[in-house]
Unconditional design. Structure first.
Length: 319
């Protein structure tokens, strides 16, 4: 009696895998190609159906369009702004403005150069120029011409005067906004801050009447006075007091919260009716800060030595 069955006996590998039928099956399997077909109900096909790209043709066309856009937006320079037409500028040259826009092309926004045709909107140009060129107040009337030309108009800040704070000069516009720090005030009116303070770009003075008052007084002064303004001083940017030093050496103190015309008229009256030309050389100061009284003082008199000149000296009621 046989204990082990012969059909469980391990076959020789050559007999098992070397037969012709087995080799033929191996060749057939090697040449087999599985056909991949999308399920028409799959999420992939449903997505493309929703955006109108269910067919292979439209999908391939969409891919082609994406590659073309990527080339022109990221690689090519065809859409980079190279022609710039500027109007309305007098303080800043067109070359400076073009240089700022050209410099923007050195950086990118989502791989696209920032001076690309599609990125040159009015808001972006406005931020770009006002941040670099403080004398430009606003950019308007932006017009883009395909593919690389742009034209626009700029509004510049009207220079007001210069503040001297501890030897540093700050340019203000006519609205009392600090434009920038400058090296030399040139021929501009300089107002001296009598205390040391910091001034920052785009800062509005705490006393919003200070700058308009100084500008208005300096403009109206030559029409009513035959003596020139030598200097302007104020005790801090939040103060409501300002003093004008004349070329004759005497000082006028004003209150910036009161009308310029009224105080200047009072000054003319007091000079003509109260002081006169014979005493003008002895004049030390005139204080017009009170809305009811006008104070004045002559040189080498006790009132000139007072710390607060408005509290001593001759007085006359304002007309």
């Amino acid at each position: 009696m046989k204990i082990f069955s012969t059909h469980r006996k391990k076959l020789d590998a050559r007999r098992r895998f070397g037969t012709r039928s087995f080799q033929d099956r191996i060749k057939i399997a090697a040449n087999y190609k599985r056909v991949f077909s999308l399920n028409p109900n799959s999420a992939y096909i449903s997505f493309f159906r929703k955006i109108g790209l269910a067919s292979k043709f439209w999908r391939r066309l969409a891919i082609l369009v994406i590659f073309v856009l990527a080339y022109f937006l990221i690689i090519s320079s065809e859409l980079v702004i190279t022609q710039i037409v500027v109007s309305g500028n007098s303080q800043v040259s067109s070359q400076q403005i073009a240089g700022v826009i050209g410099q923007a092309g050195q950086s990118r926004l989502f791989l696209i150069k920032k001076n690309n045709y599609f990125l040159m909107t009015q808001g972006r140009i406005n931020r770009m120029l006002t941040s670099v060129l403080p004398t430009i107040k606003e950019v308007t009337k932006v017009n883009r011409t395909w593919p690389d030309k742009i034209s626009f108009e700029v509004r510049e800040r009207t220079p007001g005067f210069v503040i001297n704070s501890n030897g540093e000069f700050f340019l203000l516009d006519e609205e009392g906004l600090v434009v920038s720090q400058i090296e030399d005030p040139g021929q501009m009116l300089v107002a001296i801050d009598q205390i040391t303070e910091d001034f920052a770009r785009d800062e509005a003075l705490p006393n919003q009447k200070l700058a308009p008052f100084i500008l208005s007084m300096s403009k109206q002064w030559p029409d009513k006075m035959n003596v020139a303004i030598a200097a302007v001083k104020f005790p801090g940017k939040a103060s409501s007091d300002v003093e004008f030093l004349t070329s004759a050496g005497w000082i006028v103190l004003f209150d910036v919260t009161r009308p310029v015309t009224k105080q200047l008229t009072d000054l003319v009256v007091i000079l003509n009716k109260q002081i006169g030309s014979k005493d003008l050389l002895r004049l030390a100061y005139i204080d017009l800060r009170s809305d009811k009284w006008v104070y004045y003082c002559f040189k080498e008199t006790p009132c000139q030595q007072q710390a607060q000149p408005s509290q001593a000296g001759a007085a006359t009621e304002a007309q």
